[in-house]
Design a protein around this ligand. Structure first.
Ligand code: DOR
Ligand code: ZN
Ligand code: ZN
Length: 421
């Protein structure tokens, strides 16, 4: 069978290694069926889901049960990251690669992530155990302890505005420095999620150059929005970690273009409209992004690297959204080799089409997007999973098919067996 691609780019199916699809327990915010439709509309054919559900995902056994729950509802293939908090981490040694190759650790807590490791002794244990078990640790690196250290500053009459400005930034920077020290001591493979400040990019790049097994992720929203936008978009862009300032965003783009960043992850974390309409301090942090990530970052890349050819821009995105996540998370089950696209997951992409995300095209159950009203450059026209079309746009820009939700729980290999580059 042949396919007329109409002159569009053919790319491997993309992997979003950072989503919160909210199953089980938080399905009033999002559910797997909606989220996976949003994913294929954004060119994503595989996701790795985060453990901060209700109840949280902690063991290999629970991963099997979760896969049963998801089975029959997913347009995309999937894996899970496990979570760990205050409990004895030694059972992680028994987790098989089939179940998980990665464990997420929150260093600061909030609304949807009450499972935090704050105790330094416990944190040492988690790093040691992960190193012994050959599991990769994923870090939500923020620190709420540093807030109280800065309280004195807060008290100074002229210091308050400065305090507000720097408080969340310093929490992330302090946490990343701490993570690097733990990696140095224990040799744990670490992927730092949603790096948001210039200093984090500097520290993590220096750590990697010094030979530490550290990589990092950036999100589409930290590349797309700055603090100036938050006044316009409001609580929609309230996030953890927060949206930062222009120099941070410039440094993150530089890190993307200089190949310092390993992966892009959407951090797709929907909340209901009603939750987001609460007073800013009560609105839970998080926003949807699995549908928007690829075109939004492509749009930014056009602006940030205008001299690069469309092919070079797309190669950059394919590294960040297919090759690297496949390497880091051992997604090789199907043909025993680390090459995305091998089982005919692919995407037809029109790199020049300019379009707007209309409210009725939003597939997430939450029904809103921080990118509403944005003009995007580059649009997913069709998505195939295992050779079958699961998403297609017609010439008028309407979705015409979504396929059957027969996405599978993928097998994977351990980071120890697939240590990247
Ligand atoms: O903004 C966020 N939302 N940050 C997180 O770490 C969790 C996420 C969520 O699950 O809502
Ligand atoms: Zn996080
Ligand atoms: Zn997240």
């Amino acid at each position: 069978r042949t396919l007329d691609g109409g002159g569009r780019h053919l790319l491997p199916g993309l992997i979003d290694s950072h989503v919160h699809f909210r199953t089980p327990g938080l399905t009033h915010k999002e559910d797997w069926a909606h989220a996976s439709r949003a994913a294929v509309a954004g060119g994503i054919t595989t996701v790795v889901d985060m453990p901060n559900t209700v109840p949280p995902l902690r063991t290999g056994e629970e991963a099997h049960r979760k896969a049963e729950l998801v089975d029959g509802t997913s347009l995309v293939d999937y894996r899970f990251h496990l979570g760990v908090a205050g409990e004895d981490p030694s059972p992680l040694r028994e987790v098989g690669a089939r179940e998980a190759t990665s464990v997420k650790v929150f260093l600061a807590g909030h609304h949807t992530a009450p499972h935090v490791v704050r105790d330094p002794v416990q944190l040492e244990k988690v790093f040691r155990t992960a190193a012994e078990a050959g599991l990769r640790l994923l870090l939500h690196a923020e620190d709420d302890g540093v807030f109280s250290l800065l309280d004195e500053w807060r008290g100074a009459p002229s210091g308050y505005a400065e305090y507000e400005r720097h408080r969340p930034r310093s929490g992330a920077i302090v946490a990343v420095a701490r993570v690097l020290e733990l990696v140095r001591r224990h040799g744990t493979s670490v992927h730092v999620l949603h790096a948001s400040t210039a200093e984090e990019a500097d520290l993590l790049t220096a750590g990697a150059h010094a030979g530490l097994p550290v990589t990092f992720e950036v999100t589409p929203h930290h590349l797309s929005f700055t603090a100036e936008d938050t006044s316009r978009v409001g609580a929609r862009t309230r996030l953890s970690p927060a949206i930062r300032y222009r120099p941070d965003q410039d440094r993150l783009w530089q890190a993307v273009l200089a190949h310092e960043v390993a992966t892009l992850g959407s951090d797709h974390a929907p909340h209901t409209r009603a939750e987001k309409l609460r007073a800013p301090a009560d609105a839970p942090p998080g926003l949807p992004g699995v549908q928007e990530m690829f075109p939004a970052v492509h749009t930014g890349l056009r602006r940030r690297a205008p001299m690069d050819s469309p092919d070079a821009q797309l190669s950059c995105l394919v590294r960040l959204l297919a090759e690297h996540p496949a390497e880091l998370f051992g997604l090789d089950e199907r043909k025993g080799r680390l090459r995305p696209g091998l089982d005919a997951d692919f995407v037809l992409f029109d790199a020049d089409e300019r379009w707007m995300l209309e409210p009725d095209a939003i597939r997430s159950k939450c029904g809103w997007s921080a990118y509403e009203g944005w003009t995007m450059t580059g649009r997913v026209r069709q998505t195939f999973r295992r050779g079958v079309s699961v998403y297609r746009l017609d010439e008028l820009g309407h979705d015409v098919e979504f396929g059957t939700p027969d996405g599978r729980w993928l097998d994977a290999r351990r980071p120890a067996d697939v240590e990247p580059r």
